[in-house]
Design a protein. Structure first.
Length: 145
């Protein structure tokens, strides 16, 4: 039933070779999640229930990071949408405000963005429906048509 022991499995299991239990034909494994010992296959690292719990814990941490990034992206989009309305500009029309002002409004330059290069060789950041760039202490942006 068990395949040949892989060196990586042996190393991963707390750096020790699991002890073989002759009575059951299984190995004494220390669960990586709850840290208690159980009898299992040589390549097993978790109790089946603990494996699910461990996967959920990883997914939960990953989702929290993604949520934090999307919150930054949404906030930036909201700031630019509000400015677009407030300044009564049309789609495609370039809007220019002081960089200090965009920072004061809470624009997060570390939030996720894409990057494009236009035909005139200028580089623009893209978030949702907006293109923006910083030039000479000014924040330039426009709403994509
Ligand atoms: Zn466990």
């Amino acid at each position: 039933m068990d395949g040949p022991a892989k060196m990586s499995d042996l190393i991963n299991n707390m750096g020790m070779t699991p002890v073989f239990d002759k009575a059951t034909g299984k190995y004494k494994i220390t669960c990586k999640f709850c840290k208690t010992e159980f009898l299992g296959r040589l390549n097993q690292k978790y109790h089946p229930k603990c494996k699910i719990a461990a996967n959920n814990q990883i997914a939960s941490k990953n989702n929290a990071k993604i949520k934090s990034e999307t919150n930054g992206l949404k906030k930036n989009n909201r700031i630019l949408s509000d400015l677009l309305l407030k300044m009564d500009k049309s789609h495609g029309e370039l809007i220019q405000i002081a960089q200090n002002e965009i920072l004061r409004l809470g624009f997060d330059f570390k939030a996720p963005y894409r990057f494009i290069k236009k035909d005139d060789n200028t580089q623009w950041y893209v978030i949702g429906p907006f293109h923006y760039r910083v030039e000479n202490q000014f924040f330039l942006f426009y709403h994509i048509k």
